[in-house]
Design a protein around this ligand. Structure first.
Ligand SMILES: [Zn+2]
Ligand SMILES: [Zn+2]
Length: 357
């Protein structure tokens, strides 16, 4: 067993670089996975810019596929060498929140809830942009990759597909609904895919970049709107006989897209908010119909756990969901600085980068 490994370590603003660190060891209930493929998340870019706090020296990354390398005491039903994915959110499966079905809000065995506490990898513990990483609560979080699927096919179930699709699920999209999705980055694209899978008759994708709107048509949108050329709210109204959409999904985390989402739904409609907002979010009264329009606003954090991942991988396996097409760029782990620069600055029409140790 190698004693040292390469890992991407956060050291300060725009400083995530490769260091040699010890290979982690599995404690009781844990596993060590040898990473075969991983990627960079928008949240990692926030860490890279020092906009989201993690401690200096933290190994970053939370979207991995790999092979089981070591199993700690008490983890059963798995073999060394099994191909697995592990979600961004690693619930314990036993706390108050997990037992109530809110996996993302997991408070861990010590039952101490913190915001995004279920997000551990690359946040409150070392993450997966490394040759090996430690999986907490392994029994609840090691999800075997079905035979016939590659790491590339399923990598994005770990975060963006789970998050994006949950935007449609939390809104309870029904057969025949019109759904508008604000922002067509990786998460918004998966939200559009989720809305279509749940039976929406019309999915409208809004963004300001044409290459994203092109991808939106491949992922689930029937109609796309470039907000630089057209007023998206007026266009949504036009497409729905003046009523507004049944559901609007906000997938960016900005005041403007939240407000446009409110303005886009009909009375009794649902705004499903996926974005992570900074500072203050205001609810203007007129589009909120003065609080008496029967409008619902729901929010969701990436659902985690192996059963969630199994379900999403089944969708990929049976051709309902194509996530591989979002992996537009490839890097080796040693090139992680280049990958952060490209991804965080959204250069070269990037959607997601595939990183191979
Ligand atoms: Zn993420
Ligand atoms: Zn829990």
């Amino acid at each position: 067993m190698p004693e040292k490994m390469k890992a991407a370590v956060f050291r300060g603003e725009k400083d995530i670089h490769i260091e040699e660190v010890p290979v982690p060891e599995a404690g009781p209930g844990e596993a060590i996975v040898r990473t075969t493929l991983t990627t960079i998340c928008g949240t990692d870019s926030h860490i890279w810019r020092k906009e989201y706090p993690v401690r200096e020296g933290r190994i970053v990354g939370h979207e991995p596929a790999g092979v089981i390398h070591e199993l700690g005491v008490g983890v059963s039903g798995y073999q060394i060498g099994d191909r697995v994915v592990v979600g961004a959110i690693t619930p314990c499966g036993a706390c108050f929140y997990c037992m109530n079905g809110q996996w993302a809000q997991c408070a861990g065995y010590d039952n101490k809830w913190e915001p995004i506490g279920g997000w551990r990898l690359g946040n409150s513990m070392d993450g997966a942009q490394a040759e090996y990483f430690r999986v907490p609560y392994a029994q609840a979080n090691l999800a075997r990759i079905p035979d016939g699927l590659s790491e590339e096919d399923v990598l994005l179930v770990t975060d963006i597909a789970s998050t994006g699709i949950s935007g449609a699920e939390s809104a309870g999209v029904s057969i025949g609904d019109t759904v508008v999705v604000y922002a067509q980055g990786p998460i918004g694209l998966c939200a559009a895919a989720g809305a279509k899978l749940m039976g929406a008759s019309l999915v409208i994708g809004v963004d300001g970049l044409d290459y994203r709107l092109e991808m939106a048509k491949k992922m689930g949108a029937d109609v796309v709107i470039n907000y630089r050329a057209q007023d998206p709210v007026a266009e949504v109204k036009r497409l729905t006989e003046g009523r507004g959409a049944d559901v609007a999904i906000e997938a960016l985390g900005k005041q403007e897209t939240f407000e446009n989402s409110l303005r886009s739904v009909r009375p009794g409609g649902i705004v499903s908010s996926l974005g992570v907002y900074a500072g203050k979010l205001e609810v203007p009264l007129e589009p909120f119909i003065y609080g008496i329009g029967d409008v619902k606003v729901v929010s969701t954090l990436c659902p985690g756990g192996k059963e969630r991942l199994r379900r999403l991988m089944e969708m990929v396996k049976h051709g309902r969901l194509n996530l591989r097409q979002l992996l537009t760029h490839r890097f080796r782990l040693e090139q992680i600085e280049e990958a952060y620069d490209l991804f965080s600055n959204q250069r070269d029409n990037v959607f997601k980068v595939a990183i191979t140790p």
